[in-house]
Write a protein that binds this ligand. Sequence first.
Ligand SMILES: NC(=O)c1ccc[n+]([C@@H]2O[C@H](COP(=O)([O-])OP(=O)(O)OC[C@H]3O[C@@H](n4cnc5c(N)ncnc54)[C@H](OP(=O)(O)O)[C@@H]3O)[C@@H](O)[C@H]2O)c1
Length: 266
Amino acid sequence: MGSRYDLAIITGGSSGIGYSIIEGYLKLEPDASIFNLSRRKPASFSNVPERQHLECDLSDKNQRKKVLDELERRIRSAKGQGRILLVNNAGFGLYGETGDTPPEEHLELLEVNVCALVEITTRLLPLIKERGGSIMNIASTSAFQPTPHLSTYGASKAFVLNWTLALNDELKGSGVNAIAVCPGPTKTEFFKRAGFKDRVVPAGYSHDPEQVANMALRALNAGKPFTVTGLLNKLASLFSTMLPLALRTRVAGRVIRRFRPNPENQ
Ligand SMILES: NC(=O)c1ccc[n+]([C@@H]2O[C@H](COP(=O)([O-])OP(=O)(O)OC[C@H]3O[C@@H](n4cnc5c(N)ncnc54)[C@H](OP(=O)(O)O)[C@@H]3O)[C@@H](O)[C@H]2O)c1
């Protein structure tokens, strides 16, 4: 990425893929200013004035509004006036029968995975257009087909993919581009938070978050509108999109059903 950005803003940089994106970015830009929005503070943010944590529960509209006011104020008073990188990474999944999960949990997921991403991006877009820059949105390979037992999650990621591609097209010629990153299974806190039993995907089929972050940053640098991380994930996504929609849904349901939580572990 070289010195392409003066400033980065990330959501969900406290763990997993987001944490690794911050680390990957700081390797290229050790002195860069970076703002993180999440509930927990990233471990590497202590006592470094250029790394600022803004605590926020992104599922809460009032907290989002307050933190975005504060973020804009801090960005406008920061010294650099160069390009901005916005990474919308915060997100989580919910595994189970759709009707067995309380409605508030589905809505919380949509607030974080969809509403926060749209609000943060549209709110910061005028500033990013003024200064130039990029928007990276973390979708998922779940975006390529309906995902029974992860219904709200998969649909939220289909939204992220399609919305980002549409936005990138609209932004042509503006000095700003957008990229949707579609990781496959990655070794993070995601599975536990979603309610899966411990290891749902064999280690050989999942990436480390550092690998995903590096692939995402490379794709951003190459100016791609979207990327699926890793060859197996690329092939699986391509195969899935070649199937008729109803069949694609059935195949996904069969695969995901195999990951049912183990009642003995509950
Ligand atoms: N792991 C995978 O297999 C996989 C595959 C495809 C896509 N993804 C996507 O990758 C992104 C990162 O997930 P991950 O795998 O790195 O999982 P993770 O380790 O659980 O990280 C999730 C991040 O999102 C933040 N977050 C969640 N709810 C939040 C809330 N209410 N308010 C603020 N921040 C919130 C968390 O921060 P706090 O807890 O500090 O608030 C955390 O930093 C997500 O969008 C996920 O859907 C993951």
